[in-house]
Design a protein around this ligand. Structure first.
Ligand SMILES: Cc1cc2nc3c(=O)[nH]c(=O)nc-3n(C[C@H](O)[C@H](O)[C@H](O)COP(=O)(O)OP(=O)(O)OC[C@H]3O[C@@H](n4cnc5c(N)ncnc54)[C@H](O)[C@@H]3O)c2cc1C
Length: 300
């Protein structure tokens, strides 16, 4: 492993850190170390990293802003990749926005807005990258990223770059159908023509609604569970009186019952125990199994 790590570290366009604590890179603020974390700045470097890792059977995990994941306390085996530099590019032509997998959603919304492109306000306030948003089909209310996506560029596990039209991706409620081992390189979104003022107003209204319904400034990953058909997970958890319930440093938000917050010093184990407790009580009360919206990664 030491040899391969040295080779990975020496690839041009890569910044590497060994034994990096993933709690520093997840919005829950939990997660043990990975063997090697790499910030990869170009497609060429990415292909070299993936090729080398594959030839040595080293597992690879992509991480965006870590805002929809719960990394276990034992960390992640192998290499964790974050897309940087070239992958953060955002290009606007007419009402189309071409954004790299490592671009921040906040920046996509801000650039579109200041170019007089509306229709993306539903992404405002979601603290992730474009890659993570494609994988999770991020959205608010009834509007999801897939509703504005025209095409998605992926790197396949045999290192081919492919472009899929939106209808061929396999998007669904908080899922993209994009399998493990594929990397989201880029997405093209279609906004609507608008005035800068109108676009800004749309974003402001959306952000102000979020401020009244969601906790601010907490260590959290947003909604933990998907809404089951015909019901709302947060309402169900609230109705059984679990708002504010905690296990160690993991607490159900008092503002939004589908959000778990790390109140400080919480562990992934405590968050997982709290998730288990919520699931059990919801099952007992409603006979419903709640599915996770967040993704649990890593080893115990
Ligand atoms: C305060 C807060 C509010 C939130 N509000 C919302 C909301 O309103 N709506 C919503 O949908 N979500 C919301 N979320 C969840 C989260 O922000 C979104 O799911 C976001 O799109 C995840 O992006 P990320 O870059 O953080 O992905 P990560 O959490 O880093 O990764 C998510 C998944 O995508 C994979 N991945 C990441 N990048 C790539 C890539 N380039 N190629 C392949 N795989 C990749 C990861 O391996 C992981 O499986 C919220 C989270 C927080 C903390």
């Amino acid at each position: 492993m030491t040899d391969v790590i040295e080779q990975l570290e020496s690839i041009e366009g890569v910044v590497a850190r060994k034994d990096e604590l993933l709690s520093l890179h997840t919005t829950f603020g939990v997660g043990g170390p990975c063997d090697l974390m790499l910030w990869v700045s170009s497609r060429t470097a990415l292909k070299q990293v993936l090729q080398l890792s594959k030839s040595h059977s080293i597992p690879v995990t992509l991480l965006g802003k870590g805002s929809n994941v719960l990394v276990r306390d034992g960390g992640i085996d192998g290499v964790v990749i974050r897309l940087a530099d070239d992958f953060a590019a955002i290009e606007i032509r007419d009402n189309h926005i071409r954004a790299g997998g490592g671009a921040s959603l906040a920046e996509v919304v801000s650039k579109a807005t200041s170019s007089g492109i509306g229709g993306l306000d539903f992404l405002a306030g979601i603290p992730g990258t474009v890659g993570g948003a494609v994988i999770t089909n991020a959205g608010s209310g009834d509007t999801w990223l897939s509703h504005r996506a025209l095409e998605v560029s992926l790197l396949t596990d045999d290192l081919r770059e492919v472009e899929l039209e939106e209808g061929d991706v396999g998007f669904g409620y908080r899922t993209s159908g994009i399998g493990e081992g594929l990397v989201v390189l880029e997405v093209v979104l279609a906004g609507s023509f608008s005035s800068v003022e109108e676009a800004r107003q749309g974003v402001e209204e959306h952000l102000s609604r979020r401020r009244t319904t969601q906790p601010a400034g907490e260590s959290t990953a947003g909604c933990v569970f998907k809404n089951p058909p015909g019901n709302v997970a947060g309402r169900m958890i609230d109705e059984i009186g679990m708002k504010g319930f905690n296990i160690g440093g993991a607490r159900i938000s008092t503002v939004h019952a589908n959000w778990i917050v790390n109140t400080g010093g919480g562990t992934a184990g405590e968050i997982l125990n709290l998730i288990g407790e919520i699931r059990q009580r919801v099952r007992e009360h409603y006979g419903t199994d709640l599915d996770l919206e967040i993704r649990v990664l890593g080893r115990n």
